[in-house]
Design a protein around this ligand. Structure first.
Ligand SMILES: [Zn+2]
Length: 461
């Protein structure tokens, strides 16, 4: 029997097993022995491994950190990496978040798209291959992760004990293929000041996370000259169009800057409340000495730019575009100022190159870098075997051209060598990951199962 016919025949079982898995609330919780991420996630892991066993596959539970099902023989592994953990459901659902109810041809529930639905699709893709008599030349492994939403702590555990893939994909992004993901850094730049009795700027606080464009920032000024400051704030708001408000209390002024939030990978889509506040502070002329120098440094070298040009880090390439520069947080408290940054550099540049330009700029300013976190870029040339095969498969099943995507975000593909993100969200369809009313269209669930079956077939010969 042809694989696609087999998948059509398995449709109702595939839907039911997806529903069963959605009904397990696999949100991270306190861990215990062999359940490092809590019992909900562990229940989901045991459920898919049991399903794999029932389908006739070898299975292995890697101490509750990960688990896999495997088919065929061979030295190498063609693999699928996805995850069973989900983010908390949040509010605003029209149907129960763990009910897996079907309405208008869609299954609703947390994890239907991210990433349980696609993982059941991968499992059924392999089952259909087995049932139609396909024998691979590599082992095909479907690997279930359990901590993708909270830092991917499970992958290290797996890679220290188990084999890596020689080729494969993760169904945890979007179609057609994400072939380039920028290098990602998060860090703080920090400076301490000596005590200044006459300081007028009392504190600044803005932003929650480095990977978001902050939509709010406030600061407080101690100055008896309130009329003149208020006039300057109003003039500045008119001149720049920034959304600025203030409240007067005795001799102090509380100033509030409102921006527009956006993801840290696309800072140009937001309006940065922190940098609006910094530019305002500079224009008020209330800071002198070391704090004045720090404010001038931020205002002159960052401002509202989101590509790092004035900072001297404006790397770019034709594959993935410009470096993105996001100021996510600011805190001025007592005698210390700290800025939380998220810089994402193009795939053909390097961390060392970015860091060198960055250090050149802060040299001699008294600023230092703290808490550096770094994730390398991911990039496969267009003529790479993996990209060629997945492109062919996508076009064969959908009839659509396979446009390659470069992104600033980081997918699960970065955690494992030799894989890319391939599905499950089709072009033009809404990205409902982490949103209320997350759902998957049943027709899409079947289509992605067919895509993954053909992909596993071609990757494993
Ligand atoms: Zn995911």
């Amino acid at each position: 029997m042809d694989i696609n016919t087999k998948i059509d025949e398995l449709k109702s079982e595939l839907i039911e097993d997806t529903q069963k898995l959605i009904r397990i609330k696999s949100v991270k919780d306190e861990g215990s022995l062999n359940m490092p991420f809590g019992s909900g996630i562990n229940d989901a892991l045991l459920a898919v491994l049991n399903l794999g066993k029932k389908m006739g596959f070898r299975t292995k539970n890697v101490d509750g950190y990960m688990g896999y099902i495997e088919y065929g023989d061979g030295e190498e592994i063609a693999g699928v990496l996805g995850h069973l953990d989900v983010v908390p459901e949040g509010d605003g659902w029209n149907y129960p978040a763990y009910g897996a109810e079907i309405h208008d041809g869609k299954i609703y529930g947390r994890g239907t798209l991210d990433d349980k639905g696609p993982m059941i699709a991968s499992l059924y893709a392999l089952y259909a291959l087995k049932e139609t008599g396909f024998m691979p030349n590599k082992r095909i492994r479907i690997l279930f992760g359990t901590d993708e939403e909270n830092g991917c702590g499970e992958i290290d555990y797996y890679l220290k004990r188990e084999e890596k893939f020689s080729i494969g994909f993760t169904p945890d992004g979007c179609f057609p293929i994400i072939f380039a993901e920028k290098g990602i850094t998060f860090f703080n730049i920090v400076k301490e000041f000596s005590n200044d009795e006459n300081r007028k700027l009392v504190y600044i606080k803005g932003g929650h996370r480095p990977n978001m464009v902050p939509d709010y920032c406030e600061f407080s000024i101690n100055d008896s000259n309130t009329d003149s400051i208020v006039k300057k704030i109003n003039d500045f708001a008119v001149k720049t169009g920034f959304d600025l408000k203030y409240e007067l209390k005795d001799n102090s002024i509380l100033v509030k800057s409102y921006g527009i939030s956006a993801h840290g990978s696309t800072p140009e889509k937001g309006r940065n409340a922190v940098m609006q506040a910094v530019l305002l502070i500079q224009s008020l002329g209330i800071c002198s000495g070391e704090i004045g120098d720090a404010i001038d440094f931020f205002a002159d070298n960052i401002g509202i730019e989101t590509n790092g040009r004035s900072f001297g880090v404006s790397l770019r390439d034709d594959v993935s575009g410009e470096l993105s520069f996001n100021v996510g947080t600011i805190e001025l408290k007592d005698n210390k100022i700290s800025l939380g940054l998220n810089l994402r550099y193009p795939v053909t540049s390097s961390f060392e190159e970015m860091k060198k330009h960055f250090n050149d700029k802060i040299e001699g300013t008294g600023f230092r870098i703290e808490n550096m976190q770094h994730q390398k870029p991911l990039y496969f040339p267009k003529d790479h075997k993996l990209i060629r095969i997945l492109s062919e498969v996508y076009t064969e099943i959908t009839g659509e051209k396979s446009e390659l995507l470069a992104i600033g975000g980081g997918t699960y593909a970065k955690e494992m060598m030799n894989i890319v993100a391939f599905g499950p969200i089709f072009p033009g369809k809404p990205d409902l990951d982490h949103q209320a009313n997350e759902c998957i269209e049943i027709d899409d669930l079947i289509k992605i199962t067919k895509i993954y079956a053909l992909a596993l077939k071609k990757l494993s010969v």
